[in-house]
Design a binder for this molecule. Structure first.
Ligand SMILES: [Zn+2]
Length: 479
């Protein structure tokens, strides 16, 4: 049995694999609220893609079950234990600027299939199904069951897996072909949080403004999403003890001195300040330039009205260039997962309304959420900010010595000849939906990631190689 040449077996089925993958990709499986109906909670296209995957599985000899269109599974093998393979059939919207039509799934340069979903996650889904077909067609004896679980809204709210696991069996262990090779075994805890200025602390009448207030902050707006570093910020000031022209001049000087991009203008007796930053993903905020907190850093050089001064002062001390939460007292780092990261993704201030910071904080598994969030809540309260937890996903980790990890490592090395280092990340993969789950491919080390971008593609050689890897993996895990 050890003499099976998995790559050769895949090569024999290569044309069928390519054609089936293309047909799968030609279904536009984007979330479509307009065509939602019973059995199709995310619309017609996603339903069609789910049916397509189930059909291929049934033809290969698997039994299937549909969980009201939220998710479905296809199973083979026998035994007590269950090996799960979790992937998703939905894709993000295609966007503009494609070189070939996004749902044509054309083969470009004879070497890659170009389509929305090619690498995320329909290409790898089909690779894994064909891998199972190989195991089935070779008639290999298995002592465990193998189950494909197809999710349908991974790209939006993960209702699919939530609903599925309310009624269906949790696999003993499993993998998701929805991230990177070699293998992701650990993911930080993820939180979205709001710090909101307590309105009572600054009721307009209670605060007698000092005569030397240089400007009133009318509004500040920066950022759209908690998990992105904002690349634009705008503040509107009403000049008081300082002339508009002086504020404009100081701001321009500040930009030059700090090598920042932005602009200042006078408009209807107000001063409008623009800041430009560099947007990157919120899991690595130090790599970007936060337009919002940089704008705040300038505002902190002015004497503002009391409420704005509190807002600006808090952000300048605790959020500006504080990517690891040091001055808040929540910094924590471990060797496996690295440091806690803090991104200030959205800043909103209205003189006549709310004053809010929206944060994305990711933390390693060696510190508990309760521990650091209590420190943050206490610090916020001292400065008249209320902490609200919008979203919290606990850290996810499989022991590096677990047979799931060691087996997949060995398979990867046997198929590629490369060492299979295991990875801990700050992001979230679909693998965290499984109690004992890792992400395993499909993107090989060094390959550019085209997921969610125009001209998304999968290299045909990689599709074939991934299929061979998954085939051996399924066999080794379930034999
Ligand atoms: Zn995906």
């Amino acid at each position: 049995m050890t003499s099976i040449n998995w790559l050769e077996e895949t090569q024999k089925r290569k044309e069928d694999l390519i054609r089936t993958t293309q047909s799968f990709l030609q279904i536009k499986s984007v979330l479509d609220p307009d065509s939602v109906k019973e059995g199709a909670p995310f619309g017609e296209g996603i339903r069609q893609a789910l049916d397509f995957a189930l059909d291929v599985c049934r033809q290969a000899g698997m039994t299937t079950k549909d969980v009201r269109g939220y998710a479905a599974h296809a199973e083979f093998g026998q035994g007590e234990e269950l090996i799960g393979i979790l992937s998703h059939v939905d894709v993000v919207p295609e966007g503009d600027g494609w070189s070939t039509p996004p749902y044509a799934a054309e083969i470009v340069d004879g070497s890659k299939i170009v389509a929305r979903g090619a690498i995320d996650d329909k290409g790898p889904t089909m690779a894994a199904i064909f891998a199972a077909k190989i195991v089935l067609e070779l008639g290999l004896p298995l002592s465990k069951r193998v189950r494909f679980i197809f999710g349908t809204d991974e790209e939006s709210s993960w209702q699919c897996v939530k609903t599925y696991f309310e009624s269906e069996e949790m696999p003993t262990m499993g993998f998701t072909p929805d991230a990177d090779f070699p293998l992701i075994y650990a993911e930080k805890g993820l939180t979205d949080l709001t710090l909101r200025q307590t309105p009572a602390a600054f009721s307009a009448k209670a605060v007698e403004e000092a005569a030397d207030v240089q400007a009133e902050l009318v509004s500040l707006q920066s950022g759209l999403r908690m998990n992105m570093v904002p690349d634009k910020g705008e503040a509107v000031l009403k000049p008081k003890a300082l002339d508009a022209g002086v504020i404009v001049e100081r701001y321009r000087q500040h930009l030059t001195e700090n090598k920042l991009k932005g602009a200042a203008e006078e408009k209807d007796g107000m001063v409008v300040l623009h800041m430009e930053g560099v947007s990157v993903h919120g899991m690595d905020p130090g790599k970007g330039v936060n337009a919002g907190t940089h704008l705040i850093h300038f505002l902190h050089t002015l004497k503002l009205d009391a409420r704005a001064a509190s807002y600006v002062g808090f952000a300048d001390e605790y959020l500006h260039n504080q990517h690891e939460g040091k001055s808040l007292g929540i910094a924590h780092e471990d060797a496996e997962m690295g440091p806690l990261s803090l991104n200030t993704g959205v800043l909103e201030y209205q003189a006549e309304g709310d004053a809010i910071f929206r944060l994305n904080i990711r933390y390693p598994h060696s510190v508990s959420f309760d521990q650091w969030s209590a420190v943050l809540a206490e610090r916020g309260a001292k400065e008249a900010f209320e902490l609200e937890v919008v979203e919290h996903l606990t850290p996810h980790r499989v022991d590096p010595n677990h047979p799931l990890v060691t087996t997949l490592q060995r398979v990867y090395t046997e198929q590629t000849g490369e060492e299979a280092g295991i990875i801990a990340i700050g992001g979230a993969t679909y693998g965290r939906s499984l109690d004992v789950g890792v992400a395993f491919g499909p993107l090989f080390p060094g390959r550019p990631d085209s997921a969610h971008q125009r001209d998304e593609y999968i290299l045909i050689d990689d599709l074939v190689k991934a299929t061979a890897i998954y085939a051996q993996a399924i066999y080794e895990l379930a034999k």
